[in-house]
Ligand binder design. Structure first.
Ligand SMILES: Cc1cc2nc3c(=O)[nH]c(=O)nc-3n(C[C@H](O)[C@H](O)[C@H](O)COP(=O)(O)OP(=O)(O)OC[C@H]3O[C@@H](n4cnc5c(N)ncnc54)[C@H](O)[C@@H]3O)c2cc1C
Length: 478
């Protein structure tokens, strides 16, 4: 097969055929001679054409490595796909949602996870899609402010705030550029069995209801808190006793933007531990992000609706919970009933004895969901993907790779899972009574005054060091 074939493909061959040719090329020594054509056919010029990484020409690239299935194209799944592609693995990523489905609201990236996205060369792209939220404003039912915290320092607003859908889109585009990565949307795992040498997986396409049986060397479950991979390989959450509820429910959705929604996020407390938090999505966006947080675990209707996965019932239960409240609540609840990107669940942490079983390994929320109260879910997904790719590339044996991955990360993950204030943060920051809310607002007013006097950064430095900032990514050896 000559390089000319690939050029011909670029001129208009069907995409599937082109991919076959590209896969064949990957197995030939001619691969290295393609640099001239690589330059001409970069995926930036034509997103339908995928090429090997032009920056790397190591001899090992002529010999493709193991075939890996990643279940879940969330943050963890796509970052892992990117780095495994760089290390010459053959990667198939399956995602149960449609490609265009961009669910979820705000996520933050900070150090040390920021180093990983910088190393991927996507920081500029992420900056282009960041929400632009400039700070956080705690308000009461009459929209009076109790404290404004500009981005950075002690503010909840991080330097790089992104909508989950924008982040996963950038990650997907970055990983999908590689010839040795294939994404399949609306696809899920039906069943899997492991042999000494392989994992045999039944894959189901939810769109055309077809089943295929495929063999992989390794499988990664990056399929979130309710991981199907985990269930198939290790057992149900009940058998594993791996869900640790944090006593709160959350709902995320978008509502039409109004003038006051930009550029600060605004959070309002209500008695009986109810919060509404409105966050900007972007200056030019017609929408605003809404989060409802309810810190109680005695809500039978909501729990029942969650268990049934019934969206309408979830919305109705939340509407009932937030009925009769002031501030902008009527507007938020009315729009919630119409929101298509509504997502709600009870918040749990995932705690497992082990993250792998033979040739199958778990990553991100599937392995260790820390809950949004820690603010570490997205961070850990990024760091975990980096470490797993590193260890899979360093160790040919899955056992050694997965053990090294767990050894490096477990202590860090467990420390990150600690909910602030000895686990009481969900209650302290979401009070039950009017008096508790008054006290919280008074403390916030005092802290915001201190921030003005000392600056947010100086105040943040006075707080105890966070172990989370210290993880060694071994990035120079990565
Ligand atoms: C729809 C959605 C909305 C979210 N919204 C927010 C939010 O607003 N704020 C916040 O802080 N966190 C949110 N999260 C959680 C946050 O994304 C994660 O905590 C963090 O980014 C870690 O990501 P992850 O890749 O480990 O898991 P996830 O982000 O949960 O990604 C898992 C991926 O696997 C896919 N998947 C699940 N099961 C299967 C299956 N059987 N087969 C194939 N694919 C499967 C899911 O569709 C998803 O794309 C949301 C998660 C989801 C899935």
């Amino acid at each position: 097969m000559s390089p000319n074939t690939e050029v011909a493909a670029y001129m208009g061959m069907p995409h599937a055929l082109l991919k076959d040719i590209q896969y064949t090329l990957l197995n030939y020594d001619t691969y290295k001679d393609l640099s001239f054509y690589q330059h001409k056919i970069t995926s930036d010029n034509n997103p339908n054409v995928k090429l090997p990484d032009p920056a790397e020409n190591s001899p090992s690239r002529t010999m493709p490595r193991e075939r890996v299935l990643i279940c879940g194209a969330g943050v963890a799944g796509s970052i892992l796909a990117f780095w495994l592609a760089k290390h010459d693995f053959q990667v198939v990523v399956i995602e149960r949602s449609k490609a265009e489905q961009k669910a979820g609201q705000g996520l933050e990236i900070e150090e040390p996870a920021l180093k990983v996205v910088k190393a991927m060369g996507i920081l500029e792209k992420l900056n282009e899609v960041r929400t632009g939220e400039v700070g956080f404003n705690l308000v009461d039912e009459h929209s009076r402010s109790y404290g404004i915290f500009e981005v950075g320092g002690v503010s909840i607003t991080g330097a790089l705030e992104l909508m989950r859908g924008d982040l996963t889109e950038v990650l997907y585009q970055s990983a999908n550029k590689y010839i040795n990565v294939t994404y399949r949307f609306e696809t899920t795992i039906r069943s899997l069995r492991q042999t000494e040498e392989q994992v045999i997986v039944d894959l189901e396409n939810r769109n055309n209801k077809t089943m295929t049986v495929e063999e992989f060397d390794l499988v990664v479950g990056a399929d979130g808190v309710k991981s199907r991979t985990r269930e198939l390989v290790m057992g149900s959450p009940e058998q594993l006793n791996c869900y640790k509820p944090v006593g709160a429910f959350v709902a995320y959705f978008s509502i039409p933007k109004q003038d006051q929604d930009w550029p600060y996020s605004r959070l309002c407390h209500f008695t009986n531990r109810r919060i509404i938090w409105l966050r900007p999505i972007g200056e030019n966006s017609a929408m605003t992000s809404a989060t409802l947080i309810h810190t109680r675990d005695d809500v039978a209707a909501l729990r029942g609706a969650n268990a049934a996965g019934d969206r309408l019932k979830q919305k109705e239960a939340l509407a009932e919970l937030y009925s009769g409240l002031g501030w902008e609540t009527p507007r938020v609840i009315e729009q919630m009933m119409r929101a298509e990107n509504f997502y709600s669940d009870e918040l749990v942490q995932v705690k497992l004895q082990h993250w792998s079983h033979h040739r199958v390994v778990l990553l991100g929320d599937a392995a260790w969901a820390p809950s949004p109260f820690t603010g570490q879910g997205n961070q850990l997904a990024i760091i975990g993907a980096w470490v797993l790719a590193q260890e899979m590339s360093r160790n040919r044996s899955p056992k050694m790779a997965f053990e090294a991955y767990e050894k490096r990360l477990r202590g860090y993950v467990e420390a990150s899972q600690e909910i602030p204030l000895r686990g009481y943060a969900p209650y302290v920051f979401n009070p039950q009574t009017a008096w508790g809310i008054w006290l919280l607002r008074t403390v916030v007013r005092l802290v915001s005054w201190m921030v003005r006097v000392f600056s947010g950064t100086a105040l943040a430095r006075m707080l105890p060091d966070r172990q989370q900032d210290d993880f060694d990514l071994e990035i120079e050896q990565g």
